[in-house]
Write a protein that binds this ligand. Structure first.
Ligand code: 5GP
Length: 225
């Protein structure tokens, strides 16, 4: 799941430039909050953006493909990976274990690609503590009935799983103020446009464009001589 669009990326194409490191866009919401849909849309339109495929002990749902939505692994393998320091962060969420692959994040950000991490609120808190170049975005479902309806319509959870996810939602919502941005997800079109806008705006920050700006200024100096 990575961006299909490839376009000119100035920071990567200025001659002799050191590409800027990619930024982590950490997206969280309660289960059923709609973050997956928003992320899929944004990956289709925003260039130079990748998706971090997590590892999980959860069983695959119908239609999920190993290596696309997740890498589905056993608890033993998960524990080995955790002990081996292979996760950037990991957490137990609604009774299953999830972890972000350190290697994918390091490799892609090192080559200047921004990467979306779709993680729960614990994962977002862990990434924040790592003090990496990251931006956190909370997706707010419009109401409890809408969240419930979405989870039921998704049809992927047993009644017990549904119950756990709904029970955990209020506590997850209370974490919103720790995030840099909140997107009210009442309308997919607008909410996904807002997510893309945040990514574009964050990319335009001075601090993230220093290499590029310095090189342009250098060229101005040469032209003056
Ligand atoms: P689901 O089972 O519905 O795919 O995901 C359950 C929750 O786990 C969601 O909130 C999802 O964002 C979160 N999640 C998925 N991957 C990771 C991960 O690598 N780390 C953490 N902390 N949470 C994750």
């Amino acid at each position: 799941m990575s961006s299909k669009v490839t376009e000119f990326s100035p920071a990567l194409h200025v001659k002799n430039s050191t590409p800027r490191r990619g930024t982590l866009f950490v997206v969280s919401s309660p289960s059923g909050g709609g973050k997956g849909t928003l992320i899929r849309r944004v990956l289709e339109v925003v260039p130079n953006l990748s998706y971090s495929v997590s590892f999980t002990t959860r069983a695959p749902r119908a239609g999920e493909i190993n290596g696309r939505e997740y890498f589905f692994i056993s608890r033993d393998v998960f524990d080995e990976m955790e002990a081996g320091g292979e996760f950037l962060e990991c957490a137990c969420v609604h009774g299953n274990y999830y972890g972000t692959a350190k290697r994918q994040v390091i490799e892609e950000t090192a080559s200047g690609i921004d990467i979306v991490l779709e993680v729960d609120v614990q994962g977002a808190a862990s990434v924040r503590q790592l003090l990496l170049d990251s931006v956190s975005i909370f997706i707010l479902p419009p109401s409890y009935p809408v969240l419930r309806e979405r989870l039921i319509a998704r049809g992927t959870d047993t009644p017990e799983e549904l119950e756990v996810r709904l029970r955990n939602a209020p506590e997850e919502l209370r974490q919103y103020s720790k995030f840099d941005y909140v997107i009210f997800n009442d309308e997919v079109e607008r909410a996904s446009a807002q997510l893309a806008s945040i990514i574009y705006a964050e990319r335009a920050r001075c601090a993230r464009q220093e290499n590029l700006v310095r090189q342009v200024i250098e060229k101005f100096k040469t032209a003056e001589d």
